[in-house]
Structure formats: structure tokens, C-alpha cells
Design a binder for this molecule. Structure first.
Ligand code: KIV
Ligand code: ZN
Length: 388
């Protein structure tokens, strides 16, 4: 049986913390509405106490969004929780997300608190938030570097206090898929009341493993994944939503898990975020990069023209692209060349085709990109557009 994974999008909070990705109020609302069309389960709209601008955007997103829960981040402090609630109170489905660090290194140097005091604060602040709304998420910041017995105690106690989601962040992108699997599995096996809450994962990409770690956690029993569009976020970013979702979608046999994401809205969401922030994704970025569904080599193009599943594990249509991009380049073969000419309305005899193909190869030594107008010029034997 397939289990349902909640998608918690933090593009507007952790994503916005990434250099160059700040958004104004209007842009945040536009993105939040696109996230609603994408059908994420939870939108983390911001950190209400961080600034008046953040407060205003959490409040407006909370008022405008109807089909997703809306969350605000809050440190484990009464004043943060009060502010989060003030911003969220008109939401159709509000969530207060409170956090405190639990690793030795954070407790000693950042919080300057003993573990028992941290545990007490976590429990008290979950109880405090609970007086405002029923949906409370607690995050044990730097969980992947936290002593596992202490983490187990914290998770047990915050669930007793009323947390409905417990997040186990890999705050500094330090863990590995195997290690993260065993942390989540340990909590599943050793927290007596674990079934009363969703276990959430929140992975940063410092070692390039945020998506792999998140997916490994799903295999171990996590039921919520926190992620961002295009993987934006602090430092090297967060787990990319589109990669997590399409991995679950493409391999249901392996993950036995599904989301409620409308995958055909993925490309639009990615492009919208890039146009708002001015930060585009690299061409070879999985799922949403320009080359993610492009095929240039002759062998691949030949296979694709015969049967697309030879080289395509998901369709471009499934993420909202209209079609596969057969790039005509120096690795392309006659099949793709002929196919493109036919799509342009040219049906050539073998001899004409051979000659046009030769000219096409010569042109490739002069130009990086071949456009349809170049192909038309070759066939019509006109002069070819100048090299770039
Ligand atoms: O990375 C992190 O630990 C966070 C928490 C506040 C959830 O962003
Ligand atoms: Zn984070």
C-alpha cells in the first residue's frame, strides 16, 4: 500500500534566506498562489517576528490561501509564538512551527543552555502554542548532529505536549542517506507515541545529498518532506521539491509513497520563481533544467523516435512541458534530422536528404546552435544565418 507524503514548501521562508532570493510582498503572494495550484500541503510563509515585512507577508498569505495549511516559523519563545499567531489567525488552516536546537554544539555555543533546560523549553513552548491552534510543528534544529538518546527524549516529550508534526532537520547538510535512514528508523522504533505525529524531514544540500537524504527518510517512515522550488535556500539550498516529488512519482514500486502535488504545475512554479528572483537554474538541473528533457546524441534520438521510454523515465508533459526537446547538434544522427525536417514540412528524397545532412554537419562546425530557419535555408539552398 502506498503511503501519503505531505509536502511542506518553505520557498518563502528558508528559500528566501538564500542570497539573491529576497521577494517583496506582491511577489510572495503570487508565488504562494502558484504553490496552492501546485497543491502543496503546507506553505511556510515566513518568520513572522523577523521583520515587519515578514509579518505582513505571513499575514497576507494566511488570509489569501484557502487550500493549503499556512505556517509561520517561531523560535521557542513566547513572544515569537504570539507574533506567529497574530499573523496566522485568519488562515483557513494555520500551523505554528516552533524550533530550538538540540545538538551539543548548538546548545553549548549558541543557546548556552543545558540539555534539560532545552527539553523543558521545547515542551513548554509546544504547550504554549497549543493554546492558539491544534496544528503545531516542532523542529529539533541540528537534529542530525544530536545525541540520539536525547533526540528520542525530545521527540517523545514534544508529542506528549501536543506537537502534531516533529521535524528532524539536517540543518547543516551533514548527514548521509544511510545515517539519516537509521536516525528516522530509530525514532520510529523507540518513540512510544510516534504514531500520534507526522515525522518530517528538512534537508540542506551542503554535500549535495538533500534530496537523497529526504528520500531515504521517507523509506524509513517519514511522512512529511520540507523542500523548496528549484532547491533554493540557505547556503547550498534545501531539498528541491520537484526532484523529491518526481522521484516518488517515477518510482512508486520502490518508495511506495505518493504526494498530492499536481506535477503538471512544476515547470510553471520553477519558471515563476526564477523570474521573480532573477536566479535561473543550471541547464542540467534535474526535472526543471533546460536540458532535463533534451536529447542530442544520435543513438538516443534514434531510440526515442522508436519508443520514448528507451531514454525517458518520465514524460515532459508530466511536469508541464509541452514536449521532449530533440536538440540538433553534432551528436545527432540522420533519423532526428529527417524527423525535424518532416515536422517543418519537408519530405526529401534520399539523395537530397544526404546532401542536406552533409551541409548541416558543416554548419555545426560554425554555429553553437542550429535554428529551424537554418534547416529551412539548407533545404532551400539559401544562404545560412551568420554564426553566433
Ligand atoms: O534548517 C533548519 O534547521 C531550519 C529549521 C528552523 C527548521 O530551517
Ligand atoms: Zn533549514
Amino acid at each position: 500500500m502506498s503511503k501519503r507524503i505531505k509536502i511542506f514548501d518553505t520557498s518563502l521562508r528558508d528559500g528566501e534566506q538564500s542570497p539573491g532570493c529576497t521577494m517583496n510582498l506582491k511577489e510572495k503572494i503570487v508565488l504562494a498562489k502558484q504553490l496552492e495550484r501546485l497543491n502543496v500541503d503546507i506553505i511556510e510563509a515566513g518568520f513572522a517576528i523577523a521583520s515587519p515585512g515578514d509579518f505582513e507577508s505571513v499575514k497576507t498569505v494566511a488570509e489569501e490561501i484557502k487550500n493549503c495549511s499556512v505556517a509561520s516559523l517561531a523560535r521557542a519563545l513566547e513572544k515569537d509564538i504570539d507574533k506567529a499567531w497574530e499573523a496566522l489567525k485568519h488562515a483557513a488552516s494555520p500551523r505554528i512551527h516552533t524550533f530550538i536546537a538540540t545538538s551539543d554544539i548548538h546548545m553549548k555555543y549558541k543557546l548556552k543552555m543545558e540539555p534539560d533546560a532545552v527539553l523543558e523549553r521545547a515542551v513548554n513552548m509546544v504547550k504554549y502554542a497549543k493554546k492558539y491552534c491544534s496544528d503545531i510543528e516542532f523542529s529539533a534544529e541540528d537534529a542530525s548532529r544530536t545525541n540520539l538518546d536525547f533526540l528520542t527524549r525530545v521527540v517523545t516529550e514534544v508529542i506528549k505536549a501536543g506537537a502534531t508534526t516533529v521535524n528532524i532537520p539536517d540543518t547543516v547538510g551533514y548527514t548521509t542517506p544511510e545515517e539519516y535512514f537509521s536516525i528516522i528508523k530509530h525514532l520510529k522504533d523507540n518513540v512510544p507515541n510516534i504514531d500520534k505525529a507526522d515525522i518530517s524531514v528538512h534537508c540542506h544540500n551542503d554535500l549535495g545529498m538533500a534530496v537523497a537524504n529526504s528520500l531515504s527518510a521517507v523509506r524509513a517512515g517519514a511522512t512529511q518532506v520540507e523542500c523548496t522550488i528549484n532547491g533554493i535556500g540557505e547556503r547550498a539550498g534545501n531539498a528541491a521539491l520537484e526532484e523529491v516529488v518526481m522521484a516518488l512519482n517515477t518510482r512508486p514500486d520502490f518508495f511506495k509513497a505518493e504526494t498530492r502535488i499536481v506535477t503538471t504545475e512544476i515547470m510553471k512554479s520553477s519558471k515563476l520563481l526564477s523570474s521573480i528572483t532573477g536566479v535561473s537554474v543550471q541547464p542540467n538541473k534535474a526535472i526543471v533544467g533546460e536540458n532535463a528533457f533534451a536529447h542530442e546524441s544520435g543513438i538516443h534520438q534514434h531510440g526515442m523516435l522508436a519508443e520514448r521510454t528507451t531514454y525517458e523515465i518520465m514524460t515532459p508533459e508530466s511536469v508541464g512541458l509541452s514536449k521532449t526537446n530533440m536538440v540538433l547538434g553534432k551528436h545527432s544522427g540522420r533519423h532526428a534530422f529527417k524527423d525535424r525536417l518532416e515536422s517543418l514540412g519537408f519530405s526529401l528524397e534520399q539523395e537530397e536528404l544526404d546532401s542536406a545532412f552533409e551541409q548541416f554537419k558543416v554548419l555545426l562546425d560554425k554555429k553553437k546552435k542550429i535554428y529551424d530557419k537554418d534547416l529551412e535555408a539548407i533545404v532551400r539552398k539559401e544562404s545560412i544565418s551568420s554564426p553566433e
